[in-house]
Write a protein that binds this ligand. Structure first.
Ligand SMILES: *[C@@H]1O[C@H](CO)[C@@H](O)[C@H](O)[C@H]1NC(C)=O
Ligand SMILES: *[C@@H]1O[C@H](CO)[C@@H](O)[C@H](O)[C@H]1NC(C)=O
Ligand SMILES: *[C@@H]1O[C@H](CO)[C@@H](O)[C@H](O)[C@H]1NC(C)=O
Ligand SMILES: *[C@@H]1O[C@H](CO)[C@@H](O)[C@H](O)[C@H]1NC(C)=O
Length: 382
């Protein structure tokens, strides 16, 4: 037995080394524009996941097309500019619907429309320019057409063109209509102005594989947390009802932690929990079945599905919530070892009945997919 443990450990070490070598290969700086590209797994940033620069004189086609799949309602997809960002273009989603924003000479414009794209299905997107028009096609149908003309716009085709995926190369202050840049989405089969050279990647981003099939929810792989300041979350409405946090999904590990000065409560798995002023964690049940729970914060106590789990008359939890303590999903902040990090899919998180989007967290670990979980493998045994 000790021998096989040793072998197992050696295999694990090799696997880890192997995995990091592979990742180094990608994060070493370049990726093909035609690769499967997961725009998710990013730290909150406006910087693109990847970008490319080419001479305008070398451009033989003004058409880009790719397949795109997401369940995320908001975020950056594709960016392009010329004249070092003086003329720029960005395609994003807002409320699941495509939006184009263009800055050119003295014009700043924003146009939203077309079909909802955040349905978890692959869509073919095509962007092209035709004289003074920019056209977005979705699944071979024109979705957005923007006409632009300006006396000040120069049409010379000299200098560089830059393209980027998952972020901008100009200051976000230049946007006409700001949005949350994080996009949990995947791109494949990209053709970008017929460029064949590799793209440069953001050194903080590691290209990770896309799940083959996705389902709605937030996926935690046990590597990190998403944290909110409770003062940014829905407020108390009724003292009697308290503040409710409803979660459903399939998971194991530490679901959430409330942490303030001299106060910490962690909820581990769907039944086990640990509450203490010192924040020492003890128990974890390896439950991984679909579950649903309602965690309620009352003035001096915390309940799970109506049962009191913690009570302290000296704590005013409503004031803590209003003033702003940390609510962390997926582990215990500052305690990565032995904190039973969360594995699994949180299908829905609702606070006071409002859906919570992990892209709005003050910190979100890049390993978390905020809008997609792997779909369960189809059972083909019978
Ligand atoms: C662009 O063209 C210039 C000169 O024509 C050349 O030096 C440069 O390497 C080219 N850049 C790219 C990205 O092809
Ligand atoms: C794109 O590139 C391929 C190969 O380099 C070439 O055969 C094709 O004509 C190009 N298409 C356009 C529209 O320039
Ligand atoms: C989880 O909760 C969401 C929102 O309340 C709901 O739409 C979904 O159907 C629930 N899923 C399950 C499996 O109960
Ligand atoms: C939450 O935000 C409030 C208001 O900005 C601030 O006073 C408080 O210190 C923050 N709490 C944490 C835990 O960062």
């Amino acid at each position: 037995m000790p021998g096989s443990m040793g072998q197992l450990r050696a295999v694990v070490v090799l696997l880890l080394l192997g995995a990091s070598t592979v990742r180094m290969g990608v994060s070493g700086g370049q990726i093909s524009g035609g690769a499967d590209i997961n725009l998710g797994h990013r730290l909150a940033s406006w910087a693109p996941a990847m970008h490319i620069k080419a001479n305008l004189s070398d451009i033989t086609s003004i058409r880009s097309f790719f397949e795109f799949r997401t369940l995320d309602p908001e975020g950056t997809i594709f960016y392009g500019d010329t004249k070092d960002g003086r003329d720029w273009f960005v395609l994003s989603l807002r409320g699941g619907i495509p939006e184009m924003q263009i800055g050119k000479a003295d014009i700043l414009t924003s146009i939203t429309g077309g079909p909802r794209l955040n349905d978890g299905v692959w869509h073919k997107l095509e962007l092209r320019s035709e004289v003074n028009f920019v056209i977005l096609e979705v699944d071979d149908k024109a979705a957005l057409v923007v006409g632009l003309d300006s006396k000040e716009a120069e049409t010379e085709m000299t200098g560089h063109i830059r393209l980027a995926l998952g972020g901008l190369l100009v200051d976000k202050k230049r946007l006409f209509n700001p949005f949350n840049p994080l996009m949990d989405g995947c791109i494949k089969g990209g053709h970008w102005l017929n460029l064949s050279t590799p793209w440069n990647t953001d050194p903080t981003w590691e290209s990770s594989p896309c799940f083959s099939e996705i389902t709605r929810g937030s996926h935690f792989s046990g590597q990190g947390q998403a944290m909110f300041n409770t003062s940014d979350l829905p407020a108390l409405q009724s003292q009697e009802k308290g503040i409710s946090i409803e979660v459903n999904g399939s998971w194991k590990g530490t679901l959430l932690t409330l942490q303030g000065l001299g106060f910490q409560f962690s909820l581990t798995s769907d039944k086990a929990y640990e509450a203490s002023k010192e924040g020492v964690e003890k128990d974890s049940l390896g439950l991984h079945e679909p579950s649903r729970l309602t965690f309620t914060i009352l003035q001096h106590s915390l309940t799970i599905n109506g049962k009191t789990q913690y009570e302290d008359q000296t704590q005013d939890l409503f004031s803590h919530w209003k003033e702003g303590i940390l609510l962390s999903f997926g582990g215990v902040p500052g305690q990565n070892e032995d904190s039973h990090p969360l594995h699994g899919c949180l299908e829905s998180i609702r606070i006071q009945g409002q859906h919570i989007d992990l892209d709005n967290a003050i910190y979100k670990h890049p390993s978390i997919s905020s809008h997609s979980c792997p779909a369960k493998a189809v059972d083909n045994q019978s």
